[in-house]
Design a protein around this ligand. Structure first.
Ligand code: MG
Ligand code: MG
Length: 266
């Protein structure tokens, strides 16, 4: 797929608006995460996130997004073998599932874009390892979002964490610049070579989104024409944050926290 979208550099005042878009988006995702449990439908998760967006007078750029037909919901809810772009509906979560929720928020014309994968009750050791590794890959990438680094440094950090644990990264979907549009330049693949690619500058805002698969790097699109599944039906996971490159290092925009990289168990 060609990718010739514009890269936009955000001013400090624009970053303030993007931070607020990201904070609201984080609240929406937290509301969805809070109700993840066996018996809850994927539409319920979408509704929980939507309620938060409505409270702030915001909307999701996912709704109506052009594709085979306009995307019909505010979030993507993808279960187990579904990697990304799952359409929320009547499907009920079961004990042992893993579910990813991806949400976007438009606030004052600026977009926040983030995703998590959560456990439904008790999950298998493999599912646990996959989800933990995907989150670790995200933060390893964020650590490289430093002025003067290259896109390849960020991509390679994500790839190394994933592959060191025996998982695959997709080649078919990538992270991306975020701003007034949900998808701007640059493209940020989940694989790469350190020192290669665009040099990061202050004011760039990029969504990093590791998408990991257990059995294969390949995907297929399900008959609903939106949902992307692993090609072999194996488990998948997805995490995402929108991150700004600043003079003081990476600033996570899509968080209810202070924007720093959280401490976590390696
Ligand atoms: Mg997203
Ligand atoms: Mg994204």
């Amino acid at each position: 797929m060609s990718w010739d979208r514009q890269i936009t550099i955000k001013s400090e005042s624009e970053l303030v608006l993007m931070r607020e878009a990201g904070r609201i988006n984080a609240e929406a995702l937290a509301a969805a995460r809070a109700i993840v449990a066996p018996g809850v439908s994927t539409a319920d998760l979408n509704a929980a996130a939507e309620d938060v967006l409505r409270k702030y007078g915001c909307y999701s750029p996912f709704k109506g997004y052009p594709g085979p037909y306009p995307y019909p919901a505010s979030t993507n809810v993808s279960v187990n073998y579904e990697l990304v772009h799952g359409i929320p509906g009547k499907r009920k979560l079961k004990e042992g599932d893993i579910v990813s929720v991806d949400c976007g928020t438009v606030y004052e014309g600026f977009v926040g874009d983030a995703a998590f994968t959560a456990f439904v009750g008790k999950v298998s050791p493999l599912a646990q390892k996959l989800v933990d590794t995907t989150e670790n890959a995200l933060y390893a990438g964020i650590e490289k979002m430093v002025v003067g680094n290259h896109i390849g440094d960020v991509s390679a950090a994500i790839q190394n964490v994933a592959e060191s644990q025996g998982f695959h990264v997709t080649r078919e979907y990538t992270g991306h610049g975020v701003g007034r549009a949900m998808h701007e330049g640059p493209q940020l693949p989940n694989y790469g070579v350190p020192g290669r690619g665009l040099v990061l500058r202050v004011g760039m805002t990029i969504a990093l989104e590791p998408m990991l698969l257990v059995g294969t790097p390949y995907t297929r699109v399900l008959p609903d024409q939106w949902t992307v599944s692993s090609a072999d039906g194996s488990l998948t996971a997805h995490y995402e944050h929108t991150v700004a490159v600043t003079e003081n290092g990476p600033l996570i925009l899509t968080t209810q926290g202070d924007g720093s990289i959280p401490r976590r168990n390696a």
